[in-house]
Design a protein around this ligand. Structure first.
Ligand SMILES: Cc1ncc(C[n+]2csc(CCOP(=O)(O)OP(=O)(O)O)c2C)c(N)n1
Ligand code: SF4
Length: 286
């Protein structure tokens, strides 16, 4: 049986108090609880402070281009479906430059776990307004306050046909770990948005602010995450932010529908290279 240390590659360099530490911890807890083999896990990250997670977590990692986590993760999963593939984005990475990939991965229901670190700011680039920053948010890019209505990733995901939608808070690491575990066991695309304070670039949304402004869905026994209308009402209600499992449904994953049953996954194909032909191709680039 593995333990958390088996997934710890090196000490992170995030600012002391950064919310991403809690996600890192929750991910190690989940991987240990599920006894996942690091050799069968791949963590794909985007560009941003969140992106460094693939450098610290012990598994295969792919630190790619800004906004392109999902195409890379989907390509890995479809060519080798036996792998546990996780994507990690920031709110900018997922809901701004990567938004089209997000919507299409949801409607396809590709079997991935997607963790979106929502700190309501572009942190790595030193604090510009992001798609989830609130109206009036003052930053280096909006010195007179943001004039744009913020996006709600979970609402967009529900509208796009998402089959597992959850929201965690980095001030509640063990709850976050159990949401990640449920997401990883879900057959299809699992979105877990993580409310994650950026203590350096976004002083407005602190741990204290979130503690006062979130509520746990699990405390409401009348809430049924399998009821789409219920989820929609909650997401539109305004006021405090719901945290927990928001919506879940069963639908075949993309792999189940498109991968040929009798053939081996692409990754096990014998990719014999015809050397003379290959040399010919190379000549064109010389
Ligand atoms: C194609 C491209 N455009 C812009 C950038 C500059 N850039 C780097 S990180 C970033 C935004 C980071 O914000 P977010 O994705 O929310 O991640 P965080 O740093 O908050 O974790 C931007 C705009 C880039 N690296 N590549
Ligand atoms: S700038 Fe913000 S998001 Fe980036 S490491 Fe520091 S606290 Fe975390």
């Amino acid at each position: 049986m593995r333990n958390k240390r088996d997934y710890h590659l090196e000490a992170p360099t995030w600012c002391p108090g950064c919310g991403i530490f809690a996600l890192f911890d929750a991910l190690k807890t989940t991987a240990a609880a599920m006894d996942l083999d690091p050799e069968h896990m791949v963590v794909v990250t985007g560009i941003g402070c969140h992106g460094r997670l693939s450098n610290y977590f012990k598994a295969y990692g792919f630190h790619g281009l800004h906004g392109r986590v999902l195409p890379v993760a989907a390509g890995i999963k479809l060519s080798n479906p036996g792998l546990q593939v996780l994507g990690v984005s920031g709110d900018g990475d997922a809901y701004s430059i990567g938004l089209s990939h997000f919507i299409h991965a949801l409607r396809k229901n590709i079997n991935l776990t997607y963790l979106v670190v929502d700190n309501r700011v572009y942190a790595l680039t030193l604090g510009q307004t992001s798609p989830t920053s609130s109206l009036g948010f003052v930053s280096k890019s909006t010195p007179y306050g943001s004039k744009e209505v913020p996006l709600d990733g979970i609402r967009m995901a529900l509208a796009a046909g998402g089959t597992f939608l959850a929201r965690g808070f980095s001030g509640q690491s063990s709850r976050l770990a159990s949401l990640i575990e449920r997401g990883m066991k879900h057959k299809g695309f699992a979105l877990i948005e993580v409310l994650s304070p950026c203590v350096t670039q976004n002083k407005l949304y602190s741990y204290e602010w979130y503690k006062e402004n979130v509520y746990l869905l699990e405390d409401d026994s009348s809430y049924d995450p399998r009821d789409r209308n219920h989820a929609w009402e909650r997401l539109n209600a305004g006021g405090k932010i719901p945290v927990g499992l928001i919506y879940e449904e069963s639908r075949p994953s993309y792999e189940e529908l498109v991968l040929p049953k009798k053939e081996k996954p692409l990754v096990f194909n014998d990719l014999k290279i015809d050397m003379p032909k290959f040399e010919n191709y190379l000549q064109k680039f010389r």
